[in-house]
Design a binder for this molecule. Structure first.
Ligand SMILES: [Fe+2]
Ligand SMILES: [Fe+2]
Length: 323
């Protein structure tokens, strides 16, 4: 079963926990997911809306929730949350992402690809990114984890702004987006997962938190204005930013290989999100993050190219499920 089909079945199981007939009909599909994928989903068959319960059933339900009734806080209108398990039978422990959002990164991607800046707009975008790069390098030098953690707080902004702008455009114009809204929101979420991963390795100091608040205030508004004025310029700038992200993760990998940075065990969140082997290390994590950045680079240069050639994004299907 393809990953997309598996995702759909998993979603259906979660969204229709009360429909026993429906759930039974697709349980075979669930076992197929388990055979081919990594995770098992256990639907809460027979869970019922509180208002349709008999008093005895309501008592039993209350007993399940505990004497203090605190369990009810985590239920959605009386429907218990789905119980997800990994393939090895251990419970799925992340609320921030679910098994069907995990993936295996394509590390075969070309990490040296570069878009030649030929037009005035491209040169402006490239110059802007280079001007931002040098002070950043000077500030962080070889503090790679800190560098990555703080830059991911910025990297997760453009996808959300672009996705929001295309969403509003779709509503205003009564038209489809060609999947680009979803692709950009996927990018934003993927960047945020990079941040969540680095947070397991290093905690920001108060001064770094203050810096991030200030930078987000400036960058969000600047990128929002750029996207309003020229979406193709905005995507080109992100394409070049992602090229630099690939370069800085390549330097990170070199320092890990040289032993200048300790190659510590991979955080648990990274092992589950990228479906890495349990004995993975920081080097494996940086390798898959670099592959993600290379995909973002390609997606944003592609988005800019479409518009530079006089087309609209919706005319070309977005590379969905790409991250
Ligand atoms: Fe990132
Ligand atoms: Fe990125």
């Amino acid at each position: 079963m393809s990953r997309r089909a598996a995702m759909q079945v998993s979603r259906l199981l979660i969204e229709h926990p009360r429909n026993t007939t429906f759930s039974s009909a697709i349980l075979n599909s669930t076992s197929t997911i388990s055979n081919h994928g990594v995770f098992k989903s256990t639907p809460m068959l027979g869970s019922r809306h509180r208002s349709s319960m008999t008093s005895e059933e309501a008592k039993q339900e209350k007993a399940k929730l505990g004497a203090d009734g605190r369990g009810a806080v985590s239920s959605y209108w009386g429907v218990a949350p789905p119980q997800l398990r990994k393939e090895d039978g251990s419970p799925w422990r992340w609320n921030s992402f679910r098994p069907w959002e995990t993936y295996t990164a394509d590390t075969s991607i070309d990490v040296k690809k570069h878009h030649d800046a030929k037009t005035l707009m491209d040169k402006f975008a490239y110059g802007t990114v280079q001007a931002l790069k040098y002070p950043t390098q000077l500030f962080f030098q070889r503090r790679h984890i800190c560098h990555a953690m703080l830059l991911e707080t910025v990297a997760a902004v453009p996808g959300m702004v672009g996705g929001m702008m295309l969403h509003l455009k779709s509503l205003r114009r009564f038209e489809q987006s060609g999947g680009w809204i979803k692709a950009l929101l996927e990018e934003a979420e993927n960047e945020r997962m990079h941040l969540m991963t680095f947070l397991e390795l290093s905690q920001p100091k108060w001064s770094e938190r203050a810096l991030v608040i200030a930078v987000q205030g400036v960058f969000f508004n600047a990128y929002f204005a750029a996207y309003l004025i020229s979406p193709k310029l905005a995507h080109r700038i992100v394409g070049y930013l992602e090229e630099e992200a690939v370069n800085s993760y390549t330097e990170f990998l070199h320092d890990l290989e040289k032993g200048l940075v300790e190659n510590q065990p991979a955080p648990a969140i990274a092992i589950d999100y990228w479906r890495l082997p349990p004995n993975s290390t920081l080097k494996d994590v940086v390798t898959v993050i670099r592959a993600d950045e290379a995909h973002h680079r390609d997606l944003n240069h592609f988005a800019s190219d479409i518009q530079c050639q006089g087309h609209e994004l919706k005319e070309y299907p977005a590379p969905l499920g790409y991250h």
